[in-house]
Design a protein around this ligand. Sequence first.
Ligand SMILES: [Zn+2]
Length: 200
Amino acid sequence: MKLGESGVATAMKNDKVVQLMHEKQQKPTKETKNDVFVSVVEELVGEDAVRVAIALSKRKEATDEEISQETGIKLNDVRKILYKLHNFNLATYRRIRDDNTGWFTYFWKINKERIYDLIKSRKKLVLEKLKERLEYEKSKMFFYCPNDGDTRLTFEEAMESSFKCPKCGNMLQHFDNSEIIKVLEEKIKELEKEINGTSS
Ligand SMILES: [Zn+2]
């Protein structure tokens, strides 16, 4: 998947870069790993599924009733969510038949391998975007208006407006993006390490 320049700019706005700068202060922890897990489940199955998936991942196996009790989600809804998770291969089950009643009990389990695969491909996608963003940052010269800090223009855009701020008319100044480049490079290195499994 290849994003155009504007696509990259939209995907990674300045606030995203700021967010990255905050993130670099923290080492990757279990928390951030869980965040990826949560966003993968949320995106594929929905918000309610997150609670079910977390409850499941805490146990080796669980019945729908146990999950319902723990999450407070109605049994019927838990079942629907479990089947959806199953459709995405995010959860598996084994069933046992009661010889007396003939009813089946389902024991559900989160499919960790599948989650890891999804997390890995998510990281690869982020890595790709970061690399494109880095390329973008390196290949351009930027300008900004001291009065309107959130406005950043490329050289081409600045030239079009005769190096005057489109909002207030102030003279634009050169924007030093070396710190952004540094953060992006660090983040890329970190992600590459994670994807190659040299760091857990
Ligand atoms: Zn301005």
